[in-house]
Design a binder for this molecule. Structure first.
Ligand code: PMP
Length: 420
């Protein structure tokens, strides 16, 4: 399809998102902050949850709450069914091969810690793990803890001026000691969408295991783990219109089967004696203790919301708002945008002259515009960019063009106050 026509089609598709209708499911968006209508642009940190998620939690608390997998009684069985239905929905959502490959965790952070502790326990001194400079602390610190225990070596891929990974350097870091490459699908600061399929293919051609931190990709992009070819993919429900306290580790079954458990307790065992314990089959081997089964059940409703709305349509809509806001911000004197990758998610990180991001964030809050300020749990990236932090605005499907405008107006007003 010629480029012009493709662009037109995308615009029409994005216009098909009926924000007025969608926003009815998000009553929080009706509230005010400091006397102004709320403009919620901190979706990268946590997106809001639609009423169907809230109602599901209420329905369970008021009619079904019982621990999973432990009872023969009706409530426990109903609850177990709901949890396991969600596992199947997650499987479909990311196109995993089987439900045994879907492990529920507390979030992306715990999912990465699981891999670092379990798979990582098989790494030897001198083995090498490749990370990138744009990683969230969740994909740095677990590997540093492992390094301190085992003596593995961490290697870091740099970025270019646009905030894109240096793929040639990435390839040059592989050698016969490389055991794992672990990188984000989308940067939570720069918005860069990394070429993860190509990066994975390269790593696999060298026999190296791949973990993709999908926390910022899965709210906006269609993810197919089999198509990506990765070994692990991690994400958090609270960034995809779901409840907090729930996340997922997708792992390839043959790998998970070989990996030792990382936490011990109930649910993850087969037989326990004081002499010896055998473990449950996948996925339960990695799910010690009572999971957030109510959160998990409600997460199914969040995925239902995303499927109904259409992930591709959501992405088009969010990117339209993001590009509009970016253009407006660029016209304000003293604004510098961090992250100019050719392929970006709906995130804008910016600074205003040498104004501290907190000061700008506070002035935006006074106008009802909720953005995140600071290092965004990516201190090594901030050091690489030579800045203390940024102001970050990020878009979700319920945001509107008027809200993108409100951001521009609020920054303009703040600039007028701070610069004169
Ligand atoms: N990775 C990335 C890219 C993120 O943006 C985040 C959350 N900001 C995380 C990991 C950690 O997610 P959670 O706090 O839900 O575990």
């Amino acid at each position: 399809m010629p480029k012009g026509i493709a662009l037109l089609v995308r615009l029409i598709v994005s216009l098909m998102i009926d924000t007025e209708f969608i926003r009815k499911e998000f009553p929080i968006l009706e509230r005010t902050v400091a006397g102004n209508p709320l403009v919620y642009l901190d979706n990268t940190a946590t997106s809001q949850a639609p009423m169907r998620v809230v109602r599901e939690i209420e329905r369970i608390y008021t009619g079904m709450r019982a621990n999973v997998h432990r009872g023969v009684h009706t409530l426990s069985q109903e609850m177990t069914n709901l949890q396991e239905d969600c596992r199947e929905k997650v499987r479909q959502f990311v196109n995993a091969g089987s439900i045994e490959e879907i492990i529920f965790t507390r979030g992306t952070t715990e999912a990465i810690n699981l891999v670092a502790n379990s798979l990582g326990s098989t790494f030897k001194t001198g083995d090498e793990v490749i990370l990138t400079v744009m990683e969230h602390h969740a994909n740095i610190v677990p590997w540093q803890l492992l390094r301190d225990r085992t003596g593995i070596v961490l290697k870091v891929v740099d970025i270019n001026d646009k905030g894109e990974l240096d793929i040639e350097q990435y390839k040059s870091l592989f050698n016969d000691r490389t055991v794992l490459a672990s990188f984000c699908h989308v940067s939570n600061v720069l918005g860069t969408v990394n070429p993860v399929k190509e990066m994975t293919a390269f790593a696999k051609s060298k026999g190296v295991t791949v973990l993709i931190d999908g926390a910022q990709a899965i709210p906006h992009l269609k993810v197919d783990v089999q198509d990506l070819g990765c070994d692990f993919y991690t994400f958090s429900a609270h960034k995809m219109y779901g409840p907090s306290g729930v996340g997922v580790l997708y792992g390839r079954k043959d790998l998970l089967e070989k990996m030792p458990p990382w936490q011990g307790g109930g649910e993850m065992i087969s037989v326990v004696t004081f002499e010896h314990t055998t473990y449950a089959d996948l996925p339960f081997k990695f799910e010690a203790g009572t999971p957030d089964y109510i959160g998990i059940a409600a997460f199914a409703k969040a995925m239902e919301f995303m499927n109904e709305t259409g992930i591709r349509e959501m992405e088009e809509h969010e990117m339209r708002l993001c590009r509009h806001a970016e253009e407006g911000l660029r016209n304000i004197d003293g604004i510098k945008i961090y992250g100019e990758a050719d392929k970006k998610g709906p995130v804008i990180s910016f600074l205003l002259d040498n104004v501290h991001p907190y000061d700008l964030g506070m002035l935006l809050d006074k106008q009802g515009v909720e953005v995140r300020t600071g290092h965004h749990c990516a201190m090594p990236l901030m050091e690489r960019l030579g800045i203390p932090g940024t102001v970050r605005a990020s878009f979700a499907v319920y945001n509107t063009l008027q809200e993108a405008e409100a951001l521009i107006t609020a920054v303009r007003r703040a600039a007028a106050i701070l610069q004169f």
